[in-house]
Design a protein around this ligand. Structure first.
Ligand code: NOJ
Ligand code: MG
Length: 540
C-alpha cells in the first residue's frame, strides 16, 4: 500500500479530490451507463502511474440500489449496490484497487431522505400505527385540508404530499419520491449510524454528506418566512421563502456531531457536508459548521465560487475574508463545480476556466475537481426528448448538461461506451478528450497534470499560509508561504495583456497556464501576463 502512514497532519489536508459521477465515467458492460468496474478500469488514469492525473482521493456520487428518480439520490437500500453499477464484489475491489494506487475513497451518504421504494417507507405507508411511521415526517392537514405549513420542495411546489389512505401528508424536501427521514427519531438515527459503520468498515475513507441543512427542522413546524429580497422571474421560485424553519434546525449540529463520533470510532475518516447558504455570500453560514462541529474531521463545502462573477476583486475579497475567519486546522473547500451546477468551462469560458484551475489548485484547503473539468468539458445541449433530470429550472434546463459522458477519445461514443450513452455526448469530443489532450502541449489536461504535480511536491501550496497582494483591478495575486518556501500566484482575470509593477514580484515564473514561461525569466518587480494567464513564481 502506498498510503502515507499517519503523520502529524490528516490525509485530506491539502489533498486533491476528484468527483466521479458514476453513470458518466466509464461503461464497462456496454449498457450505456457508467459503472463501478468502469471506474476500476480508469483508476490508472487518475493515479499511480507517471502519466496519471495524480489526484489523492475520489468522491463517488451514489451507486446504491435506487429507482433513480433523482439518479441515485433516492436510495432504496443503503447497504447495497444497484445492479446497474455492479455488485458488492466490484465495490470491494474498487476500494482495494484505489488504495493500491494511494487513492482514498469518499462515498456519498444521503441521510436526509430515502426513496419512496425503500422498505422503511413502504412500512411507514402501511398506517399510522406502523413502527416505521415516525421514521418519516407525517402530519395532519390543516382544518381546510391544505398542507400543514408553507414549506417548499427544492424542486418546486409544496414539500408536502397527501396520502389518501391515512389522510396525512408526508414531507419531501426534494421529489415526492424522496420522502424526508425523521432525524428526530432515535431509532432512525441509530440505524443510519449503523449504515455509516457498514461502509467505513469496508475501508471507505470518507463520506460526503448530502443535503445536511434539512436534517433538523423547526420542532413546531412553523411557516417559513417570506424572502423580502426575492426577485420574481429572476430567482428560482424556491427562494420566495427563507428556509429558516424547514431547515437549519436547532438539532442540526447535534446530529452531525453524532455522525462525527461514528467516524471517530475509526482512524483517518473524513466527512464533508453539503449545505448551500440560504442567502448567497453569507460567510457566517459556513463558519457555523467550523464552530459548531466538534472535530476538524468534518469540513463544509464552500460554494460561493460556483456563482461568483469572474472578477478578480470579488474572489480576492471573499477568499481574504474567509481565510481570515478560519482557525489553524480548519481547511476550506472552495468548490468550483459539481454535478448540480453548470460546468466551469461553460460558466467562465474555456480560457478563464484554465485560470480558474490554477486558482483552485493553489488556494489553501482541499480542491475538488469535477470529472471532465480537467479536459475542459462544457455543458452539453440536451434536447427535451433526451432530458433525464427531473429537476428543471424555469428555462427548462435541468442538470443533465453537466452530467454527460466523460470524453476518453475521439472514436465511437468518445470511448465511453460501445452503445449509445444514457445522455448525449458533447459535439466537441473529437478535440476535447483525454487521448487527444495527452498529445497536445497546451491542453487543459496537461495543465491540470502540471498543477496537481506542482501541488503534490509543494508543501506551501498544500498547507502554507495565505496572503493576498494588491496588484490591480484585473489581477488576483497571493503568496503561499512557510518558513522555508514560498510560491507567489498571480492570475490575470481579463482577456487583455496586463503589465504589473510591484516589489512583491521577484523571482522566476515556474509554471504558466500557457505551459511555457513567456518572457518572465527573471522578475524584478515587473511582470507581463498574457490574456487570462496565471503564473506561479518561485524565489530565484
Ligand atoms: C444534493 C445532490 O447533490 C443533488 O444532486 C440531489 O438532487 C439533492 N442533494 C437531493 O439529494
Ligand atoms: Mg454499464
Amino acid at each position: 500500500m502506498f498510503l502515507e502512514t499517519k503523520g502529524t497532519s490528516d490525509w485530506w489536508d491539502g489533498a486533491c479530490v476528484y468527483q466521479i459521477y458514476p453513470r458518466s465515467f466509464y461503461d464497462s458492460d456496454s449498457d450505456g451507463v457508467g459503472d463501478l468496474r468502469g471506474i476500476i478500469k480508469k483508476l490508472d488514469y487518475l493515479a499511480g502511474k507517471p502519466e496519471s492525473l495524480g489526484i489523492n482521493a475520489i468522491w463517488i456520487s451514489p451507486f446504491y440500489p435506487s429507482p433513480l428518480a433523482d439518479f441515485g439520490y433516492d436510495v432504496s437500500d443503503y447497504r447495497g449496490i444497484d445492479p446497474l453499477f455492479g455488485s458488492m464484489v466490484d465495490f470491494d475491489r474498487l476500494v482495494q484497487e484505489a488504495h493500491l494506487r494511494g487513492v482514498r475513497v469518499i462515498i456519498d451518504f444521503v441521510p436526509n431522505h430515502s426513496s419512496n421504494q425503500h422498505t422503511w417507507f413502504k412500512e411507514s405507508l402501511s398506517g399510522r400505527e406502523s413502527p416505521k411511521r415516525n421514521w418519516y415526517v407525517w402530519k395532519d392537514p390543516k382544518p381546510d385540508g391544505s398542507p400543514p405549513n408553507n414549506w417548499m420542495s427544492v424542486f418546486g411546489g409544496s414539500a408536502w404530499e397527501f396520502e389518501e389512505s391515512s389522510q396525512q401528508y408526508y414531507l419531501h424536501t426534494f421529489l415526492k419520491q424522496q420522502p424526508d427521514l425523521n432525524w428526530d427519531n432515535q431509532d432512525l438515527r441509530k440505524e443510519m449510524k449503523e449504515i455509516m459503520k457498514f461502509w467505513l468498515e469496508k475501508g471507505v475513507d470518507g463520506l460526503r454528506i448530502d443535503a445536511v441543512s434539512w436534517l433538523s427542522k423547526d420542532l413546531q413546524f412553523r411557516d417559513d418566512p417570506v424572502n423580502p429580497r426575492y426577485r420574481e422571474n429572476i430567482d428560482d421560485s424556491y427562494h420566495k421563502l427563507l428556509h429558516t424553519c424547514s431547515s437549519q434546525g436547532s438539532k442540526l449540529f447535534d446530529y452531525l456531531n453524532e455522525m462525527i463520533d461514528v467516524c471517530r470510532g475509526y482512524e483517518n475518516k473524513f466527512m464533508i457536508t453539503e449545505a448551500y447558504p440560504d442567502v448567497q455570500g453569507e460567510i457566517s453560514h459556513y463558519l457555523k459548521y467550523y464552530q459548531r462541529l466538534n472535530h476538524n474531521i468534518c469540513i463544509p463545502f464552500n460554494f460561493e465560487c460556483i456563482s461568483f462573477p469572474w472578477d478578480a476583486g470579488t474572489y480576492k475579497n471573499f477568499v481574504d475574508l474567509f481565510q481570515e475567519a478560519l482557525l489553524p486546522g480548519q481547511p476550506a473547500i472552495y468548490n468550483m463545480g459539481n454535478h448540480d451546477k453548470s460546468r466551469l468551462a461553460s460558466r467562465l469560458g474555456r480560457d478563464s476556466a484554465k485560470t480558474a484551475a490554477m486558482l483552485l489548485l493553489s488556494l489553501p484547503g482541499i480542491p475538488f475537481i469535477y470529472y471532465g473539468d480537467e479536459i475542459g468539458m462544457q455543458d452539453v445541449y440536451i434536447p427535451k426528448n433526451k432530458a433525464k433530470d427531473p429537476f428543471t429550472t424555469p428555462e427548462g434546463v435541468g442538470r443533465d448538461p453537466s452530467r454527460t459522458p466523460m470524453q476518453w477519445n475521439e472514436y465511437m461514443n468518445a470511448g465511453f461506451s460501445t452503445t449509445e450513452p444514457w445522455l448525449p455526448l458533447s459535439t466537441d469530443y473529437k478535440q476535447c478528450n483525454v487521448e487527444s489532450e495527452s498529445r497536445y502541449n497546451e491542453s487543459f489536461l496537461n495543465l491540470y497534470k502540471d498543477l496537481i504535480a506542482f501541488r503534490k511536491q509543494s508543501t506551501v501550496l498544500r498547507v502554507g499560509a495565505y496572503q493576498s497582494l494588491e496588484l490591480g483591478k484585473n489581477i488576483y495575486g497571493f503568496v503561499r508561504e512557510n518558513l522555508t518556501d514560498k510560491v507567489t500566484v498571480v492570475l490575470n482575470f481579463s482577456n487583455e495583456t496586463e503589465i504589473i509593477d510591484s516589489k512583491a514580484l521577484k523571482g522566476r515564473v515556474v509554471l504558466s497556464t500557457y505551459r511555457d514561461i513567456g518572457s518572465n525569466f527573471n522578475l524584478n518587480g515587473h511582470l507581463k501576463l498574457r490574456p487570462h494567464e496565471g503564473v506561479f513564481i518561485a524565489p530565484s
